[in-house]
Design a protein around this ligand. Structure first.
Ligand code: UD1
Length: 420
């Protein structure tokens, strides 16, 4: 891409990656056809569909229409394909539904982004509390339970998104009451609660840190629309501010980005609510802001790389603190190659202003880092080449096409190289 253009125009935000993958896993709880709408056209959805097919489900996808219909048989297989599971972290979300429905689940330790150690102890301890016997056997997580899971009170050590979701889905079919305390409160979890409730689950406290689930004996398939992707919306908002642009973000839910938009306003953005979305505009160089990531409603870790890229082109010194993952800063090396002045220390990074970024060839190490490098490239003098953009495909549908529509000079080259 060639740097120097403002992002101007309108972009539509699809359903959230981090929701739809769990909604797909939740379909395992109900035999029959579950239909999901606002499904983003991203790679991870294809992989998750293959994971479900491997368990004996049907999965028919209308990519252009953003719909997937998942057909769950009466009896699903309990063993997930190891190679597919290792490709996406979210595949661990099949653990809870499988053990609840089948009394057994064998799921290889999942993969996903290389952004930290990403342990599964909170998932495993929670399922154990619900009466499952959980072990790791030769790299495969095995959970077994004879008869139905039993409701229990579970206090999470950390409000883990994935563990909250797994325990929520397992608790939905457990016998008796399950209470999850210190639960994650992300909008994607509220979305999962909405799907489960429509399926017949009895859940109190959706969107809060205490979830109370009265287990039921069975659930029925439904039609559900995925919540819009707040991380994609936030990425466009940061892009608008960084480039001094003006972008209307349709389907963006400002209420899911409270602290993010407040920070961007502090950095000089003008944020305006519009029908079915919001608009972010800016003029001139952004002011620096300090950011601390925390579980929702704190500043999302998934917008951390994008905000570091923003700070790299801002005026003033900024201190960024990452509290959720332990190796999210690997991407700083790539940003440094574009001329950013960054110093990392433990879970902090100090970003100092530089007169300009300059184009270079850089590597996307994960989905959000990839998006952040593209935004930085839009501000760099000369040509920037971002390699390994298959990572971006995991979470951003039609990223290059959207950027082009907003005025960026960018093109995608075959063999997963995006250049411009
Ligand atoms: C999900 C999102 C990811 C987002 C993250 C935090 C998906 C597919 N991914 O990831 O994009 O960045 O939430 O908002 O939805 N942890 C443990 N033990 C556990 C579980 C987690 O120590 O059993 C740790 C992790 O290593 C990490 C932290 O808790 O340091 C947060 O993890 P978690 O909230 O579980 O994130 P994910 O569900 O993996």
């Amino acid at each position: 891409m060639t740097g120097g253009t403002r992002l101007v125009g309108e972009v539509a935000v699809p359903g959230a990656k981090n929701s739809v993958l769990k909604l797909m896993a939740a379909s395992l709880l109900a035999p029959g056809r579950t239909t999901l709408d606002a499904v983003p056209d991203i790679l991870d959805v294809s992989v998750m569909a293959d994971v479900l097919r491997g368990l004996g489900a049907g999965a028919e996808r209308d990519r252009a229409g953003g719909r997937i219909v998942i057909d769950i048989p009466e009896v699903v297989d309990a063993t997930a394909d190891a190679e597919l599971v290792r490709r996406i972290r979210a595949s661990v979300a099949i653990l809870g539904p499988l053990v609840a429905r089948r009394g057994e689940a064998r799921v290889a330790l999942p993969g996903g982004d290389a952004i930290g150690s990403r342990a599964l102890d909170i998932h495993m301890n929670g399922l154990t509390k619900l009466g499952a016997v959980v072990d790791v056997e030769a790299g495969v997580l095995v959970a077994r339970c004879s008869g139905r899971l039993q409701g229990a009170s579970i206090w999470l050590d950390f409000p883990s998104v994935g563990a909250t979701e797994n325990l929520l889905m397992a608790g939905a079919l457990a016998k008796g009451t399950t209470v999850i305390d210190n639960a994650a409160q992300e909008p994607e979890i509220a979305d999962l609660c909405a799907l489960l409730t429509a399926m017949g689950a009895r859940i109190d406290g959706a969107g809060t840190s205490t979830l109370v689930i009265e287990g039921v004996e069975g659930l029925r398939p439904v039609l559900h629309r995925t919540v819009p992707d707040r991380i994609v919306a936030g990425t466009w908002a940061i892009g608008a501010l960084m480039t001094g642009g003006d972008v209307t973000i349709r389907h963006g839910r400002a209420e899911h980005l409270g602290i993010v938009l407040e920070k961007l306003v502090g950095a000089g953005a003008v944020v305006e609510l519009v029908e079915d979305g919001f608009r972010v505009s800016a003029d001139g160089r952004p002011r620096s802001i300090d950011v601390v990531t925390l579980p929702y409603p704190g500043f999302p870790t998934d917008l951390l790389p994008q905000v570091i890229a923003l700070e790299a082109v801002s005026e003033g010194i900024s201190l960024i603190t990452e509290n959720v993952f332990d190796s999210r800063f690997v991407f700083c090396r790539e940003l440094h190659a574009l001329g950013a002045d960054l110093r990392t220390d433990g879970h902090h990074v100090v970003v100092r202003p530089t007169p300009r970024l300059t184009g270079a060839s850089v590597l996307a190490s994960d989905v959000r880092a990839g998006a952040a490098l593209v935004l930085a490239g839009l501000m760099a003098e000369g040509t920037t080449v971002v390699r390994d953009v298959h990572h971006i495909d995991r979470g951003y549908a039609h990223f290059v096409e959207n950027l082009t529509a907003l005025g960026a000079e960018i093109r995608r080259e075959p063999s997963s190289v995006a250049a411009a």
